[in-house]
Write a protein that binds this ligand. Structure first.
Ligand code: PEP
Ligand code: MG
Length: 747
C-alpha cells in the first residue's frame, strides 16, 4: 500500500461525502457516484448493479455504458461476470474480461470491447446488495490498492443503500427492505401468529461511513477498543466458573479484542478514508461472509463471537444501546439471533410469536416459549438482517415458515388459516367442560403440563383435571443464582394455591444433559443425554434435592402432595430417592412443620430399562408417568434435539407402540396408576392411539387439550385398536397410514 494511493482513496471518499451531502434525488446521486469513481479510477466505465429480487440484478447507474440501459438491463445471479461476482461474493479482477469464464457480451448497454474488468460485491454484514463494476478499454490489471479502494467505496455504497439514500425509480432501488421475504425455518413451538417485528437487539445504524479526519477516527477506534477490552475482562471476572460454554465465548471475546490483526485491519480501513464505525462494519462483513462458507461448528461459533464483539464495539462507538426510542407494537413478533430464557420471560405473554435466527429445539428459550405457548420458529436464516422494526410479519409455527412483509395473497391465505384455527378454538371452547369421553364410553383424563407460575391461570380455563407434570427446573434455569428454599416453597405454595383442589404433580429437578444451570459447576461429558442428569445428580449430590423436597413439603402445608422423580433407570434409584423423601418428611415432622395430608411418590418412565424392572418396582411406586420424549429417544437411539434424526422415527411405529402397550399391561396387572406426559400426548392422532392401547391419563400443553379432547370424543377406541392390531399383524412399520385412513373416514 503506497502512501500515495491512500490519499487517492481518501480523496475518492472525500468527494463521495460531498455527493452525499448534496440534496439530490437517489438516481442523481448514483449517477454522480459512478461518474466520480470512473474519473478517480481513470476508467471509461463505472456501473452500479443492485438486486431487484433475490436472484436478479438491475443496472441502476452507469458512467460510460448506454444510459438507456439503466433500469432495463437485468441479469440473473451467476450470469455473466457481474452475476458471478454477485453469486460468489468474490472480487473479479481481469485484464482480459472476454476471456474470463462466464463472460457475456451485452450489446444493449452499448458495451464496447472493454478489456479490463473489476467487479466488487456491494454487501452489508454479509447481505448481498449488488455489484460495483469499473471497466477500461486498455488491458490493465487493477492493483491491489485500487481493488481495495473500490472495495471501500462499495462498502460505503452498501451503508448508504441501507440508509435508503438511493431510493428511486428502479425496482432495485426501491426494493431494499420492502420486498416480501419467505423463510423456510424449523418449528419449535406450534401455532400461527401475525403481527409486527420487534427486534430484540436493534441494528446499529452507521450514519457516517466516511471519515472527515482519519486521526480523529483512529483515536476514536483505539479508545473504543480499549473500553471493549476492559468490558470483556470485567465480564470474564464476573463469569461463573462452572459454565464452560460461557467461559469459552468470553475467552474468544478476549482473544479477538486483543487481536493485533483485527485492530490493524480496521486502522488500515480508516487510513483509507472510512470512519471508525464503517471500519468495524467492514471487518464484520468479511467475517459474516466467511461464516456462510464455514461448515465446522467450532469455527462458526468463533466467527459468531467476533460478530457479537463487533456489535459491542459499534454500540460503544455510536453510543446506541438497545433503547432506540422505538415503541413496541401492540402485536409484537420478537425477532432475534438468539435469546436467553430470562429475557424471554421478561417479555412474557406480550409476544405474539418468536422468530430466531439460531436457537435449538431443546434450548431453554424454546422450553420457555413452549411453556408460554407462543409460536416459535428457529433457524430462520438472515431474519435479523432482513427484518426492520415494525415490518409486517407472519409466523407459521406449524410449518416452520416465516413471511416477512407478505403480499396480499400470502396475507389472505394466512388469515384463512388463522380463521380456521380460531374456529377450531371456538369448537374446543364449547367442549371445555365436557369430559374426554370416547364414542365407546371410555373416559380419558386430560392433564396439563406446566413449569411457570404463568401457566397456572390456564388450568381452570383449559379443561384440564390436574397438572400432570410441573417441570420444576424452569425456575432454576431462569435464575442467575441457586434459588433459596424459602423462595421455592413460596413459589410451590402459590402453584398449589392457584391449582385449588386440582392435583399438581411436581417433578423434581431435571437438570443435566441440555439443561445446565449457569451457577452450578458444569461437567464436561462426552454424551450428556446419556450422562449425569436428573435423579442421578440428585442422588449423587443430594443437597439440592433435599432442599427441594423440603420446600415442597412446606409448600403443601398440610395439603396433599404429589412428587415424581425424573429419569429413573432402575428400581434402586427410585428406592433411594423415595428414602430421601421419607427422611425429609421425618425431618419436617421433628421440626414441627405440618406434613402433607397425603403423599404420593412416583417415577417417570423415560428409559426402556425401567419398563423391564420387576413387578415389585411397579408395586413400590405410587404412580408412573411415561416421559415419551426421552423414552422415544432412547428406544430408537435417536437424539431428540438432533435435526438429522429427531423426526426419523414415528411414535406410531409398531415396535414403539407395542413397547408402550407392554408397559400399560404391566401397570394393569400390578394396579399401578399410569399416565403419559411427553409431547406426543398433545398430538391428536398420537393421543388417540395412546388411548387405544390403554393409556387413560394424558398430560399435555394446555393448548393441546381442546384438539385432543375433540378427536377422542369422536373416536371409538375399540375400533381404533383393531385398526392398530390389523396393521401390526400385516407387518406395517408404522400404524399411521391405516390410522389416518380410519380417522379420516370417521371424523
Ligand atoms: C419427557 O421426556 O417426555 C418429559 C416429559 O420430560 P422432558 O421433556 O422435560 O425431558
Ligand atoms: Mg424427560
Amino acid at each position: 500500500m503506497t502512501e500515495d494511493f491512500q490519499t487517492d482513496s481518501r480523496q475518492m471518499l472525500g468527494r463521495l461525502r460531498g455527493v452525499m451531502a448534496e440534496d439530490a434525488a437517489g438516481q442523481a446521486r448514483l449517477d454522480q457516484i459512478t461518474r466520480l469513481i470512473a474519473e478517480e479510477m481513470r476508467c471509461e466505465v463505472c456501473s452500479i448493479y443492485l438486486f431487484r429480487d433475490e436472484d436478479t440484478l438491475e443496472l441502476c447507474a452507469t458512467e460510460g455504458l448506454n444510459p438507456a440501459a439503466v433500469h432495463e438491463t437485468r441479469m440473473r445471479l451467476g450470469e455473466g461476470l457481474v452475476g458471478r461476482v454477485a453469486r460468489s461474493g468474490k472480487v473479479i479482477n481481469s485484464d482480459n474480461a472476454p476471456a474470463e469464464r462466464g463472460f457475456r457480451f451485452m450489446p444493449e448497454t452499448g458495451e464496447e470491447a472493454y478489456s479490463s474488468f473489476l467487479g466488487v460485491p456491494v454487501r452489508r454484514l454479509g447481505e448481498k446488495l449488488g455489484v460495483l463494476v469499473v471497466q477500461s478499454r486498455d488491458a490493465r490489471l487493477f492493483s491491489e490498492d485500487e481493488v481495495y479502494a473500490v472495495e471501500v467505496v462499495a462498502m460505503v455504497l452498501a451503508e448508504m443503500t441501507e440508509l435508503g439514500a438511493f431510493v428511486g425509480e428502479g425496482a432495485a432501488m426501491s426494493a431494499r427492505h420492502q420486498q416480501q421475504v419467505a423463510i423456510r425455518a424449523t418449528s419449535a413451538q406450534e401455532g400461527a401468529a401475525q403481527g409486527h417485528v420487534w427486534l430484540h437487539e436493534p441494528r446499529v445504524v452507521v450514519t457516517n461511513p466516511i471519515a472527515e479526519d482519519p486521526h480523529t477516527e483512529l483515536n476514536r477506534l483505539r479508545d473504543a477498543v480499549e473500553q471493549l477490552r476492559v468490558g470483556v475482562d470485567r465480564m470474564l471476572s464476573n463469569a461463573a466458573t462452572g459454565d464452560t460454554e460461557q467461559l469459552e465465548v468470553l475467552e474468544a471475546y478476549r482473544m479477538f479484542a486483543n487481536s493485533k490483526g483485527w485492530l490493524r485491519r480496521m486502522e488500515e480501513d480508516i487510513s483509507r478514508g472510512l470512519s471508525a464505525e464503517a471500519a468495524v462494519e467492514k471487518e464484520q462483513s468479511t467475517a459474516r461472509a466467511r461464516m456462510e462458507q464455514v461448515t465446522d461448528a467450532y469455527l462458526r461459533g468463533r466467527l459468531h463471537d467476533l460478530d457479537d464483539l463487533s456489535n459491542r464495539l459499534l454500540r460503544i462507538l455510536t453510543g446506541q444501546g438497545n433503547e432506540t426510542g422505538a415503541e413496541m407494537p401492540s402485536d409484537p413478533i420478537l425477532v432475534a439471533r438468539n435469546i436467553g430464557p430470562g429475557e424471554l420471560l421478561d417479555y412474557g405473554r406480550s409476544l405474539k410469536g418468536i422468530v430466531l435466527e439460531e436457537g435449538a429445539v431443546g434450548s431453554h428459550a424454546a422450553i420457555v416459549a413452549r411453556a408460554l405457548a407462543i409460536p416459535l420458529v428457529i433457524h430462520a436464516d438472515r431474519i435479523t438482517t432482513e427484518a426492520l422494526n415494525g415490518d409486517h410479519i407472519m409466523v407459521d409455527g406449524d410449518q416452520g415458515m416465516v413471511h416477512l412483509r407478505p403480499d396480499d395473497t400470502v396475507v389472505a391465505a394466512f388469515r384463512d388459516k388463522m380463521a380456521m384455527q380460531a374456529k377450531a378454538q371456538e369448537r374446543y371452547a364449547s367442549i371445555r367442560d365436557k369430559p374426554a369421553e370416547t364414542r365407546d364410553g371410555v373416559h380419558v383424563c386430560m392433564h396439563m403440563n406446566a413449569g411457570l407460575m404463568a401457566d397456572l391461570p390456564s388450568l381452570q380455563g383449559s379443561g384440564a383435571e390436574a397438572v400432570g407434570l410441573f417441570r420444576t427446573e424452569l425456575q432454576f434455569l431462569v435464575r442467575s443464582h441457586m434459588p433459596k428454599r424459602a423462595e421455592l416453597s413460596g413459589l410451590y405454595a402459590r402453584v398449589m394455591d392457584a391449582a385449588g383442589d386440582k392435583r399438581v404433580v411436581f417433578r423434581t429437578l431435571d437438570i443435566g444433559s441440555d439443561k445446565v444451570l449457569p451457577y452450578m459447576k458444569a461437567v464436561s461429558e462426552p454424551n450428556p443425554a446419556l450422562g449425569w442428569r436428573a435423579v442421578r445428580v440428585g442422588l449423587d449430590k443430594p443437597g439440592v434435592m433435599r432442599m427441594q423436597l423440603q420446600a415442597l413439603i412446606r409448600a403443601a402445608a398440610g395439603r396433599p402432595l404429589s412428587v415424581m422423580f425424573p429419569f429413573v433407570a432402575q428400581r434402586e434409584e427410585f428406592t433411594a430417592a423415595r428414602a430421601e423423601m421419607d427422611k425429609a418428611m421425618e425431618r419436617e415432622r421433628i421440626l414441627g412443620h405440618p406434613l402433607p395430608r397425603t403423599l404420593e411418590v412416583g417415577a417417570m418412565l423415560e428409559t426402556p430399562s425401567l419398563a423391564f424392572s420387576p413387578d415389585s418396582f411397579y408395586r413400590e411406586v405410587d404412580f408412573l408417568s411415561i416421559g415419551g420424549n426421552d423414552l422415544k429417544q432412547f428406544f430408537f437411539a435417536a437424539d431428540r434435539e438432533n435435526e438429522l434424526v429427531r423426526r426419523r422415527y414415528d411414535t406410531l411405529n409398531v415396535s414403539f407402540l407395542t413397547f408402550l402397550q407392554s408397559i400399560v399391561t404391566r401397570c394393569e396387572n400390578t394396579g399401578t396408576p399410569l399416565s403419559f406426559c411427553g409431547e406426543d400426548a398433545g398430538r391428536p392422532v398420537e393421543a388417540a392411539c395412546l388411548a387405544a392401547i390403554g393409556l387413560r391419563t394424558l398430560s399435555m400443553r394446555p393448548a393441546s387439550i381442546g384438539p385432543v379432547k375433540s378427536i377422542l370424543r369422536r373416536t371409538d377406541l375399540g375400533e381404533l385398536l383393531e385398526v392398530i392390531n390389523t396393521a401390526r399383524e400385516r407387518g406395517d412399520q408404522s400404524v399411521r397410514p391405516s390410522v389416518m385412513d380410519y380417522l379420516r373416514g370417521k371424523l
